[in-house]
Design a protein around this ligand. Structure first.
Ligand code: SF4
Ligand code: SF4
Length: 237
């Protein structure tokens, strides 16, 4: 991507302030030592190197950043963040930019990567903070089948999945949810995600079935209120 830094900053000068407020990342303290870029394993596929991303972020060049390929190529390996002498979380900036591009409905140059990013987060949310590889693979496979079916690749992946399953490396049901599942919901809620499917927790359903007086109160705290559905089924009054 061609950059002309002599251009005046776009009206998005609030970008450093937003990054500081949303994710507490002080991009303005970057002094362009380029240690982040020197350690990044994926620069060959990027159109903007990580140090350029941080420089453009501190200049408020939001549009350029939201339209670049780099944010989708970044694998969130965090090498750059650990190398930065100023403690700037470059990988965190990349993640924030991905989310912002999705929020603003920007055309994504790498739709498969964007889809995988969304499936990963959704699988994590549904798994209560734990990732189910099977769920992630299922979602991504259907996405690819709809867009660009490659049956040879599908067959190879199926063989690999079966081999992993036989060795006990894949759980069809995914790992058990974390106990602090409400906290996971709150993190996603804070990130501005909108969900419409109610999630039920086994312990709450047990409490409901046993007539526990606090069951309705617990259900009221859910990110997506499950009470209307339970009332419709006659399981909650
Ligand atoms: S390592 Fe840190 S200070 Fe150096 S260029 Fe990258 S972001 Fe800036
Ligand atoms: S997190 Fe992204 S930008 Fe940073 S080193 Fe890894 S791939 Fe490169």
């Amino acid at each position: 991507m061609e950059i002309n830094l002599s251009q005046p900053p776009s009206p998005g000068l609030s970008l450093p302030a937003r990054l500081a407020k949303d994710v507490a990342i002080p991009v303005s303290s970057c002094y362009q030592c380029k240690k982040c870029t020197a350690g990044c394993p994926l620069t060959s596929a990027m159109d903007l190197f990580p140090d350029r991303v941080i420089r453009l972020a501190s200049l408020g060049q939001t549009d350029m950043l939201l339209g670049c390929r780099t944010i989708w190529v970044c694998a969130s390996c965090v090498t750059c963040s650990t190398r930065c002498p100023n403690g700037i979380d470059i990988a965190g900036v990349m993640d924030w930019l991905k989310e912002e591009a999705i929020r603003q409905g920007k055309a994504v140059e790498q739709p498969a990567v964007a889809a995988a990013h969304g499936f990963f987060l959704e699988s994590l949310r549904r798994g209560g903070g734990r990732l189910s590889e099977v769920d992630l693979m299922r979602r991504f496979t259907f996405f690819k089948l709809r867009r660009q079916p490659d049956f040879k690749e599908l067959w190879e992946n199926a063989k690999l999945g079966l081999a992993l399953f036989k060795r006990g490396r894949l759980r069809p049901t995914g790992p058990p949810a974390l106990r602090c599942r409400h906290e996971i919901d709150r993190i996603f809620q804070k990130a501005g995600k909108k969900y419409y499917l109610p999630v039920f927790y086994f312990t709450e359903l047990m409490g409901l079935a046993m007539g526990h007086s606090g069951a309705a109160g617990w259900l009221a705290r859910h990110l997506v209120d499950p009470r209307p559905l339970l009332q419709k089924k006659g399981w909650l009054r």
